[in-house]
Design a protein around this ligand. Structure first.
Ligand code: ASP
Ligand code: MG
Length: 406
């Protein structure tokens, strides 16, 4: 088999851990596999570099930022290649450019366009373990270093796996798989053997930090089987893969919570065409991403509207909305900070009815008020008061019996 292994920052956080990773890599080689390794920067290094930039400039140039932060991964590829070599195996490190990872030119959040991977194929053919820098690419036109956004080495690994048609992409991190919910909150949380791409996508975008969202999109698009594992033990991990009929039997696979949003309510909005467009165009022009939106039934030509935005944009949205409210002639705007979004996710929802009713009933029994609701084919989300987060997550985990394997 050809296996791509990716090790995150904590897994390569110090020299001892790098030697430990080297042993794991060589073990896979001993088992007869071809191995390509993708690594992140040592934990904390990327933050340190960004911090340095902010100390010399108020507004660092994105091109120079990429030149700077891409060095973090360059350190780890060289160290890991050395560690592997010292165990008596052949290894060679590759920067994004050397691996042929071509991206667009949107610095600090570039998208991978293609991976040529010629030198990687050549190294594999020579029996070498190829060690590739995650998180970075190169623009085709200007030959500049780019980076793929925070957490981007997950994407590098999946993309390399797709390009090389690898049989498996193993993502080693500090948790040993994908759980039904946060085990720190619910001790009964259960590790899933497998999960579909769509479910993983929902969970990732809901803030389950195991995999970067874009890497899951990419894995789905190119059908790359991804395994989430811990580099600190030999537990089996979770396979992220194509949906199968087993998965349909489980109604809810996981419950997630997100405390990183705030709720904005605009009251007395004129109920006429073009008003919502005006509000959300202005928000989008200010680069704020809106998640849930609800609009009430209008009364007397006026209506109320609520939506959620990232907590980091709370101040900005207040300023933006003040202007918009004046322009459209709405009454006022309020921002509520202490909210949480609780979501249940499962492909089984497509074929089971009454899931929403069951969710709402469980919360009602605990006296939890629901402020907003949104649904997709495989997800139901509710906004509630932040102080009930833990209670809601526990109750839903129990109600949908997520502690029990299907
Ligand atoms: N080193 C980068 C970061 O900290 C990329 C990664 O770790 O995936 O975001
Ligand atoms: Mg990561």
């Amino acid at each position: 088999m050809l296996i791509v292994q990716k090790y995150g920052g904590t897994s390569v956080g110090n020299p001892e851990r790098i030697r430990n990773v080297a042993k794991r890599v060589c073990r896979a080689k001993d088992e007869g596999h071809d191995v390509v390794v993708v690594v992140s920067a040592m934990s904390g290094e990327t933050d340190k570099l960004i911090n340095l930039a902010n100390q010399v400039s108020e507004n660092p140039d994105p091109r120079e930022m990429d030149m700077l932060v891409s060095t973090g991964e360059r350190v780890t590829i060289a160290l890991l290649a050395m560690a592997i070599q010292s165990l008596g195996y052949k290894a060679q490190s590759f920067t994004g450019r050397q691996a042929g990872i071509i991206s667009d030119n949107v610095h600090t959040k570039a998208r991978i366009e293609k991976i040529t991977g010629d030198r990687l194929r050549h190294a594999i053919k020579e029996g070498k373990i190829a060690v590739v820098a995650g998180f970075q690419g190169i623009t085709e036109t200007s030959d500049d270093v780019t980076t793929l956004g925070r957490g981007g080495s997950d994407l590098s690994a999946v993309a390399v796996a797709a390009a090389l048609k690898a049989d498996l992409c193993d993502i080693y991190t500090d948790v040993d798989g994908v759980y039904t919910t946060d085990p720190n909150m619910v001790p009964q949380a259960r590790k899933l053997d497998k999960i579909s791409y769509d479910e993983m996508l929902e969970l990732a975008s809901l803030g389950a930090k195991v995999l970067q969202t874009r890497s899951v999109e990419f894995a789905k698009k190119y059908n790359v089987p991804v395994r989430v594992l811990s580099s600190f033990n030999d537990n089996p991990g979770t396979l992220v893969t194509k949906e199968d009929s087993d998965m349909e039997k489980v109604v809810v696979s996981g419950v997630a919570y997100d405390k990183n949003q705030v709720k904005v309510t605009v009251q007395g909005v004129p109920d006429k065409p073009g008003v919502a467009a005006k509000i959300f165009n202005t928000i989008s022009d200010n680069n704020v991403v809106v998640d849930m939106i609800i609009q009430n039934i209008g009364e007397g030509g006026l209506t109320d509207m609520s939506f959620t935005v990232p907590r980091t944009d709370a101040k900005k949205i207040q300023e933006v909305m003040k202007k918009v409210v004046a322009e459209i002639g709405a009454k006022n705007v309020t921002v509520k900070e202490d909210i949480a979004k609780i979501s249940i996710v499962g492909v089984g929802m497509r074929s089971h009815s009454g899931v929403a009713a069951k969710m709402f009933t469980a919360m009602a029994k605990e006296g939890i008020n629901i402020m907003m609701i949104s649904t997709s084919e495989i997800k139901i989300s509710c906004v509630i008061d932040a102080k009930y987060t833990e209670l809601a997550v526990r109750v839903l985990h129990e109600t949908f019996e997520m502690d029990k394997a299907a």
